[in-house]
Design a protein around this ligand. Structure first.
Ligand SMILES: Cc1ncc(COP(=O)(O)O)c(C=O)c1O
Length: 388
């Protein structure tokens, strides 16, 4: 019997492990040593899951709605989401165009697996949310990084043309963007859509932060003419309803893309936890005013943090959406990993190095501002003392 080293599947060789997790572990270690850490590395809402959602879970449990559901999701939730998609996103979806996933992350995972073949290329606006590159690599495809800032300056179509190859099969389109806070305009969405149609590309839209837009408006690319059949739109309950730990998201697509998503959900998770889905349905019944007031609370935090960073000399653009500030840290160190390490070790302020979000993020760090306003004030004070 041959004895040799245990080896993993080769397709995992190039797949990295999130740098955000490395920072999180370091913060936990510092806290265990009794140190106070001003934590800005995270990406979780500052508020609690709404009570209506929690009671929805309790009711589902008490009423024994705890058995296998259809792997695509429970019918009332998919029907309610189809209505929401029509009303709010302008996407002409029926319940059969909606599939429940284990958070937005799983929706993206199944989307990439459904459309990418080994050797395919996919255009990613960069800086991008860290896991995207690894998910693409796991599908044995190649990410083509499109610099968002220069694309917006020089023109989206020309830039997509410049970075595209013969093997380009899809575009990952995230708005509002993590980590830059960029919110693409309707005109920009139209350019991306026209490019996708002209090259017969699939668009994977990531709308995780649709409810957190401070300047401008959220616009769903799948609502444009001819786009519903070539777009997989992904959403999550995590950010809008502070449900990060519940793991409830969804993808929206037409056939034949949906057939691929169904197979992938069936054989990866066999669906989302049944009581979590009943609880998520309660979130959809909450008044829209709650989402709007949360957005305003986030806006206050954004303004406080960004004004403070600029005063300290860490130049920062005002993010139009999501809940991250992405200042330049050249004043500390132009190497973002060194700057983030210095902020953590010397000022006890945790951030994520910009390089973790792609080469276009170098020279910056990401601060998550969905934290208490007092925590922002204390964190700014610690940065101020360190930088001066
Ligand atoms: C851009 C973006 N997309 C999707 C997600 C997915 O979140 P979840 O898997 O919690 O739904 C996140 C979470 O941080 C994100 O930042």
């Amino acid at each position: 019997m041959g004895v040799g080293p245990i080896r993993l599947a080769e397709r995992l060789d190039e797949v990295g492990f999130s740098e955000i997790v490395v920072v999180r572990n370091k913060v936990m270690e510092m806290r265990a040593q009794g140190k106070t850490v001003h934590a800005f590395h995270g990406g979780e809402p500052f508020f609690d899951t709404p009570d209506a959602v929690k009671y929805g879970m309790v009711r589902a449990l008490v009423e024994n709605r705890t058995k296998y559901a259809a792997s695509s999701g429970i019918a009332p939730l998919r029907e309610a989401l189809a209505l929401k998609l029509k009303r709010k996103n302008g996407i002409d979806a029926q319940a059969e165009n909606v599939i429940m996933t284990t958070g937005g992350a799983h929706a993206l995972y199944v989307a990439f697996q459904a459309v990418l073949d080994p050797g395919d290329d996919i255009l990613l606006f960069s800086p991008y949310w860290t896991p995207i590159r690894d998910m693409v690599t796991m599908a044995q495809a190649r990410p083509l990084l499109v610099p968002t800032a220069s694309a917006r300056r020089k023109g989206i179509t020309a830039t997509l043309e410049e970075f595209s190859t013969q093997n380009t099969r899809a575009i990952y389109y995230n708005t509002p963007q993590n980590p830059s806070g960029v919110v693409f305009t309707r005109a920009e969405a139209e350019e991306v859509a026209a490019f996708a149609r002209s090259r017969n590309l699939i668009v994977i839209a990531d709308e995780a932060y649709e409810d957190l837009v401070y300047d401008g408006e959220h616009f769903s690319i799948a609502s444009l003419a001819g786009m519903a059949q070539r777009t997989i739109s992904t959403f999550t309950f995590s950010k809008s309803y502070a449900m990060t730990g519940w793991r409830v998201g969804y993808a929206v697509a037409a056939e034949p893309l949906m057939a691929g998503l169904r197979k992938l959900v069936l054989y990866s998770t066999n669906g989302v936890s049944t009581p979590s889905q009943w609880a998520a349905l309660e979130a959809l019944h909450l008044p829209e005013s709650q989402l709007l007031s949360r957005r305003e609370e986030h806006r206050k935090r954004r303004d406080l943090l960004v004004n403070g960073l600029n005063e300290i000399g860490l130049e920062c653009e005002l993010p139009a959406g999501a809940f991250y500030a992405f200042p330049s840290v050249k004043k500390i160190n132009k190497d973002s990993r060194k700057a983030a390490a210095a902020l953590l070790e010397k000022a006890h302020v945790s951030t994520v190095p910009g390089l973790a979000f792609g080469g276009q993020g170098e020279g910056h760090v990401r601060f998550g501002f969905s934290v208490a306003t007092e925590a922002i004030e204390a964190g700014l004070e610690a940065v101020r003392k360190f930088v001066k």
